[in-house]
Design a protein around this ligand. Structure first.
Ligand code: GLU
Length: 208
């Protein structure tokens, strides 16, 4: 179980997300990635250190005011770039996840029958497709996230963003830590307070 950080603000949050992931490095991890909503969902993932992800971000000139980041400790699927988070469904929904989805195989079969294609071996990718599936009907990221987590058995902290609603970030947790950081006209999520300490000290610890 590794690190999550996310931010929604009126400024470029990419430096904050990368700094947050660096502050979570001490927990151990095998790969790192971020995704931002900015004229499409843009993603950089790398196996190895956060520094390697940062080099990729610099090379691609990634910026954005809404985004999520992750350091992964692989539990389902090998240590590869394709298995690194965030996971994306249909270029519209991006998800980061700490924990383990115990019923991921059943959900994978169900989603495949609905036409979803998988590009990773992770348990996490089912969450991205589930949110996408429910968002199609609900048109609301909060409702879609609520419906998706009802299908999950296991332990999770998740952060979700959608291309279709650049003013919203959703999150949920069960059995894994997750908190919301409240700033001035900007808000954050993190698996650990240390990830967002430079941005705010006003924190809400979430119930499951
Ligand atoms: N189970 C997920 C994976 O293997 C998340 C692992 C984690 O908590 O970093 O990708």
């Amino acid at each position: 179980m590794c690190g999550i950080v996310g931010a929604i603000a009126n400024r470029n949050i990419v430096p904050l997300l990368t700094e947050g992931l660096r502050r979570l490095e001490y927990r151990g991890y095998d790969s790192a990635g971020i995704a931002v909503v900015n004229d499409g969902i843009k993603r950089v993932r790398r196996v190895g250190r956060v520094a390697e992800m940062e080099a990729g971000i610099a090379a691609e000139g990634l910026t954005g005011m809404l985004g999520i980041g992750h350091t992964r400790w692989a539990t389902h699927g090998g240590v590869t770039e394709l298995n690194a988070h965030p996971h994306i469904s249909h270029e519209e929904i991006a998800v980061v996840h700490n924990g383990i989805i115990e019923n991921h195989e059943a959900q994978r079969e169900r989603l495949k029958a609905l036409g979803y294609q998988f590009e990773s071996q992770t348990d996490t990718e089912v969450i991205a497709h589930l949110v996408h599936h429910y968002f199609k009907a609900a048109g609301d990221l909060f409702i879609a996230t609520q419906q998706a987590v009802q299908d999950l058995h296991g332990a999770y902290a998740i952060g979700v963003v959608s291309l279709r609603d650049a003013s919203t970030m959703t999150c949920a947790r069960k059995g894994c830590p997750l908190l919301i950081g409240v700033g001035a006209d900007e808000n954050f999520i993190a698996s650990d307070m240390s990830a967002i300490i430079s941005a705010t000290r006003r924190v809400m610890y979430l119930e499951e």
